[in-house]
Design a protein around this ligand. Structure first.
Ligand SMILES: C[S@@+](CC[C@H](N)C(=O)[O-])C[C@H]1O[C@@H](n2cnc3c(N)ncnc32)[C@H](O)[C@@H]1O
Length: 262
């Protein structure tokens, strides 16, 4: 296995255990639109917000790139019933968990292990790409965006949500020795790169406040729950609190984009 896969897998293992134990189905930060709901609902609301401007019908082909353990991929299938729903994920263990999550359901999504920067799909066959909080891991986001443009049909939509920073260079310096590396872009970099890759902007929200509020609720839910058999649970709840603080202070930001392929 490639080293960076091992590092990424080690990083995500704690989250997977927690997710399985707590009955969560996603790995994203969530989006608080209406207070008083569960973290699970906030994670779903992030996906619904991302897809808000995007028509999905019975003939649509939907790709969820960086799908993690596959919750959002299956939610999209259950809600919109597209003709084909495929989750693409770098880590084999996550693909297996995704398959397990939806096994026995009919219809169910398909899952493929692949790198977002080299999508194993034919040109111009996809209507919608969902990319939720995964691109922060991609070293070469330009290649990823070109790949999205290649596999999308003309006028196909890319719905991308990601943690961003207003100071990518400072962030790169700060995290130089972090494992696994996280490669954050600014919203400005995303906007320029969408245009360079042949996309037109349909919608953009700087959603840091709503995402921070969802994380606050998530950290509270996790820390008050009783999961004695999940190791490192406190570390995970603290991680969510730190992320919430950084978003609240705008040290980090969170941007949601919908773009259309020319
Ligand atoms: C924070 S999780 C989000 C998962 C999912 N989108 C969700 O909303 O629950 C990020 C996911 O991106 C995956 N990932 C990282 N690098 C990737 C790559 N190069 N290609 C595909 N997936 C990747 C990670 O393994 C992880 O499962």
């Amino acid at each position: 296995m490639h080293t960076s896969q091992e590092q990424l897998e080690a990083e995500y293992r704690v989250s997977w255990e927690l997710v399985q134990r707590a009955g969560f189905q996603a790995m994203n930060c969530g989006y608080l639109r209406t207070a008083g709901r569960s973290f699970h609902r906030y994670q779903q609301d992030l996906v619904w917000r991302l897809l808000e401007q995007t028509p999905i019908g019975p003939e649509s082909v939907v790709l969820d790139v960086g799908c993690g353990i596959g919750g959002p991929t299956g939610w999209v299938l259950e809600r919109f019933r597209p003709g084909l729903t495929v989750g693409v994920e770098y880590l084999g263990s996550a693909v297996r968990m995704a398959e397990q999550l939806w096994s026995g359901r009919s219809p169910r999504p398909h899952f493929v292990q692949a790198d977002a920067q080299r999508l194993p799909l034919k040109t111009a066959g996809v209507d919608v790409i969902l990319n939720c909080e995964s691109a922060l891991h991609y070293r070469d986001k330009h290649t990823f965006l070109r790949e999205c443009h290649r596999v999308l049909k003309p006028c196909g939509h890319l719905c991308l949500g990601d943690i961003t920073t207003r100071s990518p260079r400072v962030w790169a310096l700060l995290t130089r020795y972090a494992r696994p590396r996280v490669y954050l872009w600014s919203a400005k970099q995303y906007l320029a790169a969408f245009s360079a890759a042949g996309f037109e902007l349909l919608d953009h929200e700087e959603a840091s406040a709503r995402v921070a509020a969802a994380l606050r609720a998530g950290a509270r839910e996790i820390s008050t729950a009783d999961f004695p058999d999940v190791p490192d649970i406190r570390r995970r709840a603290s991680f969510l609190r730190v992320l919430e603080f950084l978003l609240h202070r705008r040290v980090l930001t969170y941007d949601l984009f919908t773009v259309r392929a020319h």
